[in-house]
Design a binder for this molecule. Structure first.
Ligand SMILES: [Fe+2]
Length: 189
């Protein structure tokens, strides 16, 4: 475990404060990565529906940046120094860099579906892991999930057929997800 904080919030032990801060640190990295990835998508989408997707992404960036700030300040409140540098993020992350450059809106949305699945799954695990340790952190993470899951629906609504089938269902990985999303869009054209 990391060095114990000299103080933490009232009613938590320094050990629990350090544990909660450690869980939050990984969420800080994940959401910092997400807000950068969202901007990258905002800049690289091309083709039909460009303006709709380009403009859909920016409010997501703003909201995720606010989540990043809240997570970092909760870590500091717990008595631990948040790590917010790019080097710390890259050293700690357990996932690959986003793999698409310039690509169609539907390919990026297919890939972004996979990104959101990963971020939301890990965020839910972090919320569960803090449920018995710190109600305030748990509440913070659950609050993020309300918005992250809403944004994920915005993305998936583009990938859904009128019959309710998701073109990316059962696929693992951004590249496959992007290819399947494009294939379904071509079929329906
Ligand atoms: Fe922009």
């Amino acid at each position: 475990m990391a060095t114990l904080p000299k103080y933490t919030v009232p009613s938590l032990t320094p050990e629990d404060g350090a544990k909660v801060a450690g869980i939050l640190q990984q969420r800080l990295h994940a959401l910092n990565d997400l807000q950068l990835t969202l901007k990258h998508i905002h800049w690289n989408v091309v083709g039909p529906h460009f303006i709709a997707v380009h403009e859909m992404i920016d409010p997501q960036v703003e909201t995720v940046r606010a989540m990043v700030d809240a997570i970092a300040e909760r870590i500091a409140t717990l008595g631990v120094a948040p790590a917010g540098t790019p080097g710390a993020l890259v050293a700690a992350r357990t996932w690959e860099d986003y793999s698409l450059g310039r690509a169609s809106t539907i390919a990026h949305l297919g890939a972004l579906d996979t990104v959101y699945v990963g971020v939301i799954t890990d965020h839910r695990e972090a919320a569960t892991a803090t449920a018995d340790l710190d109600d305030v952190t748990n509440d913070l993470l659950v609050g993020h999930l309300h918005e992250l899951e809403l944004f994920h629906w915005f993305v998936r609504a583009h990938l859904e057929s009128v019959g309710g089938e998701l073109s990316t269902a059962g696929v693992d990985g951004e590249k496959d997800s992007a290819e399947l999303a494009e294939a379904q869009a071509l079929d329906e054209a």
